[in-house]
Design a protein around this ligand. Structure first.
Ligand code: GLC
Length: 560
């Protein structure tokens, strides 16, 4: 039985994530824009998704591609710059029966935001909107590292003070201990809720509270800095903030909320999902895909180990078994493309592994988040020049490792192609025309050279394409109650190739069986016969007992 409180519109929904800068350039200035998204809404709708999440498009100097907001009420000129475009986009999204989720960056602003500018001018009210601190023994208040390299404190000579930036120095952290800041954020949220937005993706939101004495930490090897996350990630005060946001905005406006969180454990995760008091609806966990790197260092890749994948994914399914809800994802704008990272991007296996990934991830318990181009099996990059990369991290790493460290440029270009955040940010591949049909002029970031092989136009015509598989997958998902509400039971997972689980609800049993390797592997199924409802090879109709999965094969089947 499904309890009434278990039913929420977003539980059986699927989300499509858009990185607006790289989605579709309607005015041919090299940048994707709001109107471009609106023009592609029929395509988005055709995938069978219910929610559109658009990464930040507010006024911004673009130091971190819009995650550095200079004005929460204005649209940046590169995205079209006018409010009418946004009105039309949201209205048309609604007309097509989809919801619109806004990406709200509230842990920090841009240094070009009016509040920070006033703070820099010495206005104490606004200095208290951020963390300005006196030097300690002539140095920064602590040795915390910035996520993007270097230290997390920036010195302002004319004030003789440092300010804190967990991210880039152009992203100063807001001081949530100041009630006025929280009031401001609530105003921003209410404004957009009234405007007609249906939900918020809450960026880096688990960092809202920092221990007030900013304790220094053990430095990383070869560095003076260390990530001080134990002093600022997922502190109990964050729950209090969420509770207030829920009471004043999320609840009254019936918003869907998804919190981006990292450095988290199961208890904290369940609490964020409202175990004790109302907080947020679901969690977008970094932990889900961190298993193929050394800790949080994406440039220290580990070979893809299916067992580690299983541990991470099934581990989190178990943590959220009775309480809480997860965002399911295989890629996003901060990750390299999954087909290259966890699959096989050769011509022979690319489509199969892209389809299998969908089959493996999106039959789990949670809400699928499909990132633009994932439905095509878009791949890692093929750039050869360091100047083709744009992400804030790249210059730091290049300087440290290649220029100063003397490491090989080829090694680092390869790492940037396969691991950097730019990997997921190359323009969407629409057709075989120049720039993949993204723009008629040179795009802000180079199109991947394989756009003539991998694009929407080609895949529309091919009924076995990843694109059409994703459509089918989302359709099938909606018809199966067990996929939304059922338990998750892994089975036959000893091998380091398979990823198999069963979803059970009332008298329905659904199994998802997947082979992550390029060789055959056998899987012993639960008892009974199963009717195949999804098959990435497209030639299997019924299975029972023991099945031999071919390279990158993925099947979803329902017990007869
Ligand atoms: C989140 C975003 C990322 C951004 C960071 C700082 O992790 O996904 O793109 O750089 O927050 O806002």
């Amino acid at each position: 039985m499904i309890l009434e409180k278990e039913k929420n519109w977003w539980k059986d929904a699927a989300v499509y994530q858009i990185y607006p800068k790289s989605f579709y350039d309607s005015n041919n200035d090299g940048f994707g824009d709001i109107e471009g998204i609106r023009q592609k809404l029929p395509y988005i709708k055709s995938l069978g998704v219910d929610v559109v999440w658009v990464c930040p498009f507010f006024k911004s100097p673009q130091a971190d591609n819009g995650y550095d907001v200079a004005d929460y009420f204005e649209i940046d000129p590169i995205f079209g710059g006018n409010m009418e475009d946004l009105r039309n986009l949201i209205d048309d999204t609604h007309k097509l029966g989809m919801k619109f989720v806004l990406d709200l960056v509230a842990n920090h602003t841009s240094d070009e935001h009016e509040w920070f500018q006033k703070a820099l001018a010495g206005d104490e009210k606004y200095m208290n909107y951020y963390y300005f601190r006196d030097p300690v023994n002539g140095k920064a208040p602590s040795n915390w590292a910035s996520v993007f390299g270097g230290g997390a404190w920036e010195y302002v000579p004319h004030l003789d003070k440092y300010y804190l930036h967990i991210f880039h120095k152009k992203q100063p952290d807001l001081n949530w201990e100041n009630k006025e800041v929280v009031d401001e954020v609530i105003n921003i949220m209410k404004h957009w809720a009234e405007y007609g937005v249906d939900g918020f993706r809450l960026d880096a939101i688990n960092y809202l509270y920092k221990e007030p004495d900013f304790p220094s930490v053990e430095p990383m090897p070869g560095s003076e800095f260390g990530f001080g996350t134990e002093h600022y990630a997922n502190k109990p005060k964050v729950n209090e903030h969420f509770n207030r946001l829920n009471r004043e905005v999320f609840g009254p406006y019936n918003m869907m909320t998804v919190a981006e969180v990292a450095y988290i454990n199961g208890d904290q995760a369940r609490r964020y999902c409202g175990l004790e008091k109302p907080e947020v609806d679901m969690l977008y966990l970094f932990e889900l895909l961190n298993f193929d790197q050394d800790g949080y260092d994406k440039f220290a890749p580990l070979p893809f180990d299916v067992k580690a994948f299983k541990e991470a994914v099934f581990g989190w399914q178990e943590e959220m078994k009775y309480f809480g809800h997860l965002a399911l994802f295989f890629s996003n704008h901060d990750q390299a493309r999954s087909v290259s990272r966890f699959g096989n991007d050769s011509d022979e296996y690319r489509d199969l592994s892209a389809k299998m990934h969908g089959n493996a991830m999106y039959m789990l318990k949670g809400t699928p988040y499909i990132y633009q181009g994932e439905e095509l099996g878009m791949t890692s990059l093929d750039y050869t020049d360091v100047n083709d990369f744009h992400d804030v991290e790249v210059p730091f790493m290049w300087q440290e490792k290649v220029v100063e460290g003397g490491e090989s440029p080829e090694k680092w270009i390869h790492l940037f192609n396969t691991r950097s955040r730019d990997g997921g940010r190359s323009p969407m591949q629409w057709d075989s025309s120049e720039n993949g049909g993204f723009s008629k002029v040179t795009p802000w970031q180079k199109t991947n050279g394989n756009y003539t092989k991998i694009n929407v136009e080609l895949q529309e015509k091919d009924e076995k394409s990843p694109l059409n598989f994703y459509r089918q997958l989302l359709k099938v998902r909606k018809t199966l109650k067990s996929v939304i509400y059922g338990t998750v039971t892994p089975f036959d997972n000893d091998s380091d190739a398979t990823f198999c689980y069963s979803r059970d609800f009332e008298d329905e049993q659904v199994i998802s069986i997947n082979n992550f390797k390029d060789y055959d592997v056998q899987v012993k199924l639960p008892q009974g016969r199963f009717n195949v409802v999804l098959s990435n090879y497209g030639d299997v109709t019924e299975i029972e007992d023991t099945v031999t999965l071919r390279p990158y094969e993925g099947i979803t089947a329902v017990k007869i």
